[in-house]
Design a protein around this ligand. Structure first.
Ligand code: HEC
Length: 215
């Protein structure tokens, strides 16, 4: 081999290597810029912000079922009856089965509404407490239906301090004066004819959590 051929071969190799280096440089700089810390090649860490895979165990839709926020539809007399049967608690919740057979939980606040709001027992009906006012001397049958204490103190009271006739039948609803006047709509008393309709329904209380079916 003579020198010319050798030079020729070396020259080709050098040109090839320089060309290769230049090509790599061009590729590197065009994608990374003039820097030694090229991060472009790394996998992007941030994934798409909207997850495309949802966990399979989503909570079941309860659109058709009762939720805890929904009130129970209860016959007004059933609500009072359940309260009396539970020994007429002032603050504790008591259970009542609503018109759809759901076990519900209510408190005296729900019962008090029945005594203190008009149009509950019948449309156009005056509130019980609008006649049976707190002032026993002025109230018909000396019965104060404006408060828990008043209802508990009963009717035919001599004065504000004394107790009268128990209108709750000692806890047995069907024997109570309240039952007589509410459920059997004793009509021979002025004001009661239009005041009471045994078929009145109200929304009161909440379903008892355990009674709702779990999927
Ligand atoms: C328009 C006025 C009026 C309204 C409204 C009214 N009452 Fe009366 N209530 C009376 C009168 C009058 C009597 C009989 C008083 C008498 O006999 O001396 C009476 C008697 C009663 C008695 C009998 C007490 C006893 O010892 O004999 C009960 C119980 C009673 N009412 C409950 C209610 C309830 C519950 C409501 C609401 C659903 C109500 N009342 C609404 C006027 C009213």
């Amino acid at each position: 081999m003579n020198d010319d051929v050798r030079k020729y071969i070396y020259g080709t190799v050098v040109v090839f290597l320089v060309g290769l280096l230049a090509w790599v440089t061009v590729v590197y700089v065009s994608s990374c810029g003039v820097t030694l810390v090229c991060k472009q090649g790394a996998l992007p860490v941030e994934r798409t912000p909207i997850p495309t895979l949802f966990p399979a165990a989503l909570p079941a839709s309860d659109s058709d079922e009762r939720t805890g926020n929904e009130a129970c539809r209860v016959a007004a007399t059933d609500l009072v009856a359940a309260w009396v049967a539970a020994n007429s608690p002032e603050t504790e919740a008591f259970e009542v089965v609503d018109a759809n057979g759901v076990n519900c939980e209510a408190t005296f606040a729900d019962v008090a509404l029945l005594f203190n709001e008009p149009n509950i027992w019948a449309s156009g009906a005056a509130a019980c407490s609008s006649c049976h006012v707190a002032d026993v001397a002025a109230s018909p049958a000396q019965l104060d239906m404006t408060s828990y204490a008043g209802v508990m103190a009963g009717s035919r009271r001599a004065d504000a301090e004394s107790k009268g006739t128990d209108i709750l039948g000692g806890g047995s609803w069907e024997k109570s004066l309240l039952f007589e006047f509410l459920a059997t709509s004793k009509a021979n008393v002025a004001g009661h004819t239009s005041a009471v309709s045994p078929a009145a329904y109200i929304f009161a209380g909440k379903p008892v959590p355990e009674s709702t079916p779990t999927p």
